[in-house]
Write a protein that binds this ligand. Sequence first.
Ligand code: SF4
Length: 316
Amino acid sequence: MLGIQSKNCDIQKWRAFYRNNSIPESVETSVIPSTVVDDYGTKKFLLTLNDGLETESVILPIEGYKKKRHTLCVSSQVGCAMGCDFCQTAQMGLLRNLTTAEIIAQWHAANHALGTKIDNIVFMGMGEPLENLDAVIPAIEILADNNGPAIASSRICVSTVGRIEGIKLLAAMARTDGYKRLSLAFSINAPNDEIRKKIMPLAKAVSMKQLRNAILAYPRHDVGGVLAEYVLIPGVNDSDEHAVEICEYLKPIGCGLNIIPYNPRDNSPWPAPTETSVNRFVAVAKNTGQFVRRRITLGRDAMAACGQLGNTEHKK
Ligand code: SF4
């Protein structure tokens, strides 16, 4: 067993809550989902917590082979301390970690209050999940519980900016029976350390080489399991040379590269990239032999897209 696994996870207690179709008393009275929906059906919803702070979560409809699936993007913290320059949440700073109950409440609200059956969970909302593993690991256990949400661990993905110690702990969980297909996404966002340091403060402490070594040690059972994410920012990391350089960096890992066209935060110094520049970057990257996917931009109008979550009013 993991050192931190199950520390505050009482599966029996949670099963009682599933049966009663309710969530623990710590958040029970305060969950008032308010939602914003965009033209594509992307729903951003807020949960008001007991102390007046809010979580933000997003339900993303994805057209599957035979049917539409729904991915729930959950928050693990209110705000975030990582300070990524392109991210709205960073503008809030870190207000606090969410509890396990508050993370599960987001699934509960999506599934029951909003009536959307959730197929996939991504920890890509507000916060750096590996900074709050004491709550995130039990949340994964509960989400994967066959008597509860029953979301297979292969359908759960944790995204990090590169917290090495956290990656090691998550890797330990991914070596445990029942969680062997737990996915890891890492937010790389730059082709080299020089550019990464300009947009991600963590890069001053963790080099891309160190990050790659940690990723290489993450257990994988097939070609999936690990994914690199790259927010494409005009004039920062979007040249043809950058496309070739990031693919070269990823070669030893052999993972997919997800291109996320930048979604401008409040007071953004950069615009969103044009379709032409996104398509060109993707084409150059693909030409190197790299498996590349372009993330469809959902929720930008509702400020529900990647990097756009967070209510900076709470900072005050
Ligand atoms: S991108 Fe993620 S880690 Fe970076 S500031 Fe935003 S929420 Fe935090």
